[in-house]
Ligand binder design. Structure first.
Ligand SMILES: Cc1ncc(COP(=O)(O)O)c(C=O)c1O
Length: 478
């Protein structure tokens, strides 16, 4: 880590300003990005905060950075126009390529979380640290002998983990499969990515729930797909809408999250499931069942997954440990016909030779020893309690101003404002008050919706977080 030279005659603020300017021109901080806060940079460089204040002031006076109250110091958007010397024009490179950037709201949320780690976080759809099975994982790493070899492994995934998953899926969700139909991935996100890249082509039409997690994923856009919405009602999508989209646009695939849908928390009505499967089979189009939340069902009795009742081989099933154990393990799985699994495994081989065996070994030991099943009992109770806590705070702070339906599983509460305020302003006003959440627009909804992850903030912070949002809303309604 670079630090100013205290023995140099050049003032420290100037050394820091030159270092930051160099980093900007080397592309480390792109135009518009937020620089580290004065306090954080001062800590890192072992100087007084006032020295960094002076360095940023120097850069501001040259037009290299700009500051605004509440959102820190940013690299000026035009900065690459004035780049010195003959270095590559990184702006053209980073704006080129075929991979679309993530949505502006999502980039803003990431920025806030990086800059202000203490912010009360209703935005991230993941468990709080106290809900991760840290102790169990540590215990098995100490006590269970490591059984894998450390060479390149099968890109389809570590065989013992696939074996364990076959039993786990049968026992927990009534899904019958075999090791040859399972592909291990680094999470549901990668399963979706591989499906888009390997099974679809630019210009293909697909149907996704509206609103939906898929709408937040620029990777659908990067894959050049034409996306058609399937409205989500209280009891999920209507199978007839799939038929209509097929007749109108020849959709080639349907993406669904039937249980505790992200973001709405809704569940596809059990009576709609067989008609949907029969229709998809008749039309010859696969359904991608993205199912990260079934095992969070607060009662432990989720509705049967589409895959478990699929008689025609129509469903590509995606599962993950992210929402039921730990998102940082990066373990997910895809259950699909062997020909599909082989095609996707071949892509994995080309991308990175497959997933590291370490998290796969860990996940296998965690599941095989029964620790995951035990952890789920604890997790379901904790999630139900956290949702109750959030709802109690909403009733206290925003009674009559916000509407929602309590979910029976999942990590999120989908809220609509009775009197909507400007989405962006509400988010920024909330950030000023130390709270962040995900605006519904990220998932393709209209204005005035908020997705609050009740799983992520520690219990002791929920009431203050809701207070912050309530104050932000009042400030805008004044
Ligand atoms: C519906 C849905 N699918 C997929 C993912 C990605 O999860 P993973 O961590 O398994 O990649 C998420 C994460 O929020 C999600 O909500």
């Amino acid at each position: 880590m670079w630090k100013p030279d205290r023995s140099s005659k050049k003032p420290m603020y100037q050394q820091i300003a030159e270092h930051v300017e160099r980093s900007i021109h080397l592309g480390e901080y792109p135009p518009g990005s937020i620089l580290p806060s004065e306090r954080r940079l001062a800590e890192r460089m072992g100087v007084n905060r006032s020295t960094v204040v002076q360095a940023y002031e120097d850069l501001r006076s040259k037009g290299i950075v700009e500051s605004s109250v509440g959102s820190g110091t940013r690299v000026s958007r035009g900065v690459w126009k004035h780049r010195p010397g003959l270095s590559p024009n990184w702006r053209d490179y980073v704006q080129g390529g075929t991979f679309a950037q993530s949505l502006p709201y999502l980039r803003r949320i990431r920025e806030v979380l990086q800059e202000r780690p203490a912010v009360i976080n209703f935005a991230s759809g993941e468990l709080s640290a106290d809900l991760f099975p840290n102790e169990q994982i540590q215990r098995l790493m100490r006590e269970v002998p490591f059984e894998a070899h450390l060479g390149y492994d099968d890109p389809q995934g570590y065989y013992p983990l696939r074996e364990t998953l076959v039993g786990f899926m049968r026992q927990e969700l009534g899904i019958h499969t075999t090791e040859s139909s399972v592909l291990i991935t680094s999470g549901s996100q990668q399963s979706l990515f591989l499906i888009l890249q390997c099974l679809l082509a630019p210009g293909d039409a697909v149907a996704v729930e509206d609103p939906s997690y898929c709408c937040s994923l620029s990777m659908f856009q990067s894959a050049g797909l034409r996306i058609f919405p399937l409205p989500v009602h209280e009891d999920g999508i209507d199978p007839e809408d799939v038929g209509t989209l097929f007749r109108k646009h020849r959709i080639k695939m349907v993406f669904l999250n039937p249980n505790y849908q992200n973001p709405t928390g809704t569940t596809l009505h059990p009576d709609k499931r067989l008609p949907l499967l029969n229709l998809a089979a008749e039309l010859g189009i696969p359904i991608v069942e993205d199912d990260p939340f079934s095992l969070t069902d607060f009662e432990g009795t989720p509705p049967p997954s589409l895959k478990s009742i699929d008689e025609h081989g129509t469903v590509l099933y995606i599962g993950s440990l992210s929402k039921i154990a730990a998102s940082g393990l990066r373990i997910g799985w895809l259950i699909a016909p062997n020909s599909v699994v082989q095609r996707l495994a071949d892509a994995r081989q080309q991308i990175d030779f497959g997933l590291s065996v370490l998290p796969q070994w860990t996940a296998n030991a965690f599941m095989r020893t029964g620790m995951l099943a035990e952890h789920l009992v604890f997790l379901r109770q904790a999630l139900a309690r956290k949702q109750e806590l959030l709802i109690r705070s909403l009733e206290e702070e925003l009674s009559g101003e916000v509407q929602y339906t309590a979910a029976r599983g999942g990590l999120n509460l989908w809220c609509s404002l009775v009197r909507p305020a400007d989405d962006l302003k509400l988010l920024e006003e909330s950030v000023k008050r130390g709270v962040i959440y995900t605006p519904g627009a990220v998932y393709g909804s209209g204005p005035g919706f908020l997705r609050l992850s009740f799983a992520r903030p520690p219990e002791g912070t929920v009431a203050d977080g809701v207070k912050g949002i309530a104050q932000a809303l009042r400030a805008l309604h004044l």
